[in-house]
Design a protein around this ligand. Structure first.
Ligand code: ARG
Length: 491
């Protein structure tokens, strides 16, 4: 394609090397910004009309054309295989095809630099909503698990060695805590990027009398306009922040996946995954593999990579816009979609995970998970904790030799090893009793777990409408309505 055919071709005479022409295109990654671009085009045209560049009649024609294009793309999809260099060139060409010079005049006082910065923020809003909904869905599945198994004992681990009994519900809610923090991080990131860069021009601002406050409001940016045109066009820290928030989500998903994969192993047999999320082996007929969770764990690597890639792209760039920034979308956008998909699959896997409550309870009584409680019991009988630790250590050794659990030590042995105690070890060291003793805020006592389930249920009721976070409930379709009456109802 020749330079003269490009939107920037004025001073060029020769043709662009065909290989480089392909190489420099961003349409394959930025076509997803098409509806956001229509939205910014409409808002900009309205601002141009207010500044006296367009007459009302011209604005009407622009609006109709944007409307028609939005409708066309909603029905037929946005072309990805197209000679246009990027989504902004594509939109400009399509509008110019429809309304001639008016389409070309829309770029007055504007640069693709402030345009892409604005499009991205609009589009990322949608992605954030998707991620938030994904987190809510997964948390709902986990809270349901917690409610169903609030008092069901299972072994708790540190160093993947049996440590103390916990309830299945307590374990589920531990993952909810982490995901809820991820949710907060996303909401926080949203508010930080909730400012409108449009009107910043290529780098220095625009010469037109644009009411940037009105523009920001029209596009639904509650934070108002950005305050420095260099920063507005050059900054991508909000993208890095989202990449981090997603990487953190994926890291948490990966840990959840790892737990459930282990629980599903023949070694643990704490849960079995349903057919909907399990696969078999082409060779070994007995296999039933936890692929859903494995894929989630695996994909975490790619999202973590996206964070590094983005930081590396931004690092070292001189103020202000540099073409390096074009790859931001190629790096971040697939990572966000991947994270969203992983949240859905993880939620599905949790819903399809059937805990073997009996086996979990039985295993919570095996492997000396009650040693700490035995030491605590000695402390209650006046033995200093450090001594109690030693005494119980010796008792565990003897129990291992005899091949029994502490609660099953023969009476004679128990008397000899623990002369300070005259309690029924079976009762005192039962998993249920151990759980009930952890009756503290944040503890694993079934009553506490039930309290937390209730707390999360209330909190999550607020999550389902995004209002509590200061995020309007944003229907993805609203962007497609770029040509509706006012084009942007963001209330
Ligand atoms: N496709 C470009 C990007 O995504 C749009 C901005 C182009 N600006 C420019 N000065 N070449 O970054």
């Amino acid at each position: 394609m020749s330079h003269p055919g490009q939107m920037w071709g004025g001073r060029f005479r020769g043709t662009l090397d065909p290989m480089f022409a392909e190489f420099q295109k961003s349409l394959p990654s930025d076509h997803v910004l098409a509806f956001a671009d229509l939205e910014t085009n409409l808002a900009w045209s309205e601002a141009l009309a207010a500044a006296g560049v367009f007459t009302d009649a011209e604005l009407d024609r622009v609006r109709t054309a944007i409307d028609a294009l939005a409708e066309h793309w909603a029905e037929h999809g946005v072309p990805v295989e197209d000679p246009a260099e990027d989504v902004h060139s594509l939109v400009e060409r399509e509008l110019t095809d429809r309304i001639g010079d008016l389409g070309k005049r829309m770029h007055t006082g504007r640069s693709r630099n402030d345009q892409v910065a604005t499009d991205l923020r609009l589009y990322l809003r949608e992605r954030i909503h998707g991620l938030l909904d994904g987190i809510t869905d997964l948390c709902a599945s986990l809270v349901q698990k917690a409610e169903a198994h609030a008092d069901a004992p299972m072994p708790g681990y540190t160093h993947l060695q049996r440590a103390q009994p916990i309830t299945i519900g307590h374990h589920a809610l531990a993952h909810v805590e982490a995901l809820a923090r991820d949710r907060e991080r996303l909401v926080d990131a949203f508010h930080r990027m909730d400012r409108c860069p449009l009107g910043s021009g290529a780098l220095a601002g625009t010469t037109l009398a644009i009411d940037r406050d009105a523009l920001a409001q029209a596009l639904g940016f509650t934070g108002g306009p950005t305050r420095n045109s260099l920063d507005a066009t050059a900054a991508r820290d909000h993208l890095c922040e989202l990449a981090f928030a997603s990487a953190m989500v994926m890291t948490h998903l990966s840990r959840l996946a790892e737990d459930y994969i282990f629980f599903a192993s023949q070694e643990a047999r704490f849960l079995a995954f349903g057919d909907a999320v399990s696969t078999g082996s082409s060779l070994m007929p007995q296999k039933r593999n936890p692929d859903a969770m494995e894929l989630v764990r695996g994909k975490a690597g790619r999202v973590l990579g996206a964070l590094m890639a983005l930081l590396a792209t931004v690092k070292g760039l001189p103020m202000a816009y540099n073409r390096d920034l074009q790859s931001d979308k190629e790096t971040l956008l697939p990572a966000l979609l991947e994270t969203e998909a992983c949240l859905m699959v993880a939620a599905m896997a949790v819903r399809n995970a059937d805990f073997d409550v009996e086996r979990c309870a039985e295993q919570a009584e095996r492997g000396y998970l009650n040693a700490t409680d035995l030491a605590d019991l000695l402390v209650q009988h006046g033995v200093p904790f450090r001594d109690a630790h030693g005494i119980v250590g010796a008792a565990v050794n003897r129990a291992v030799e005899l091949g029994v659990e502490l609660q099953d030590l023969p009476a004679g042995e128990a008397k000899r090893l623990l002369p300070q105690l005259d309690v029924d070890l079976k009762t005192a060291l039962a998993a249920g009793a151990i759980l009930r003793r952890r009756d503290v805020i944040g503890g694993t006592a079934p009553d506490r777990v039930r309290d937390e389930v209730e707390r999360w249920q209330i909190l999550m009721g607020e999550w389902s409408s995004h209002e509590a976070d200061g995020l309007e409930d944003h229907d993805a379709d609203e962007d497609h309505a770029a040509g509706d009456d006012d084009g942007h109802d963001h209330d």
